[in-house]
Design a protein. Structure first.
Length: 120
């Protein structure tokens, strides 16, 4: 599995993406569709129309990295994060990991947990 730094943000493209696209075209898609900076070091997630393939793009200090997964059976289910009709959504590392493992986040529920709040 992927090991991600805690400061990294993950942006999910909710529109279908042609999985034949490479580094430069995906980076352009980040700029044009997601309105993001592909050189920011954040992770950008793309899924094809059928939902059986996913590509992750990120900038790693001196070049782009693509992580690509094709399922032999089943589909990747996108979480319902973000506004209705939004082209992109920000998700957490936990949601990404569960999505890649086959968990349908639309049906999963987060149980309440204690959260330490710091007062500045």
């Amino acid at each position: 599995m992927l090991s991600l730094p805690s400061a990294i943000r993950i942006f999910l493209c909710r529109e279908a993406t042609d999985m034949r696209k490479g580094f430069d075209t995906l980076a352009a898609r980040v700029r044009e569709v997601l309105r993001g900076d592909p050189l920011s070091g954040h992770l950008f997630v793309f899924r094809n129309r059928r939902g059986d393939r996913v590509k992750l793009l990120y900038w790693d200090r001196d070049g782009f990295v693509i992580w690509y997964k094709r399922l032999e059976k089943g589909v990747f289910r996108l979480p319902i994060a973000g506004e209705h009709g939004a082209v992109s959504a920000e998700i957490g590392r936990r949601e990404l990991a569960m999505m890649l493992e086959g968990v349908d986040l639309r049906q999963a529920r987060q149980q309440k947990r204690f959260e330490l709040r710091r007062i500045c």
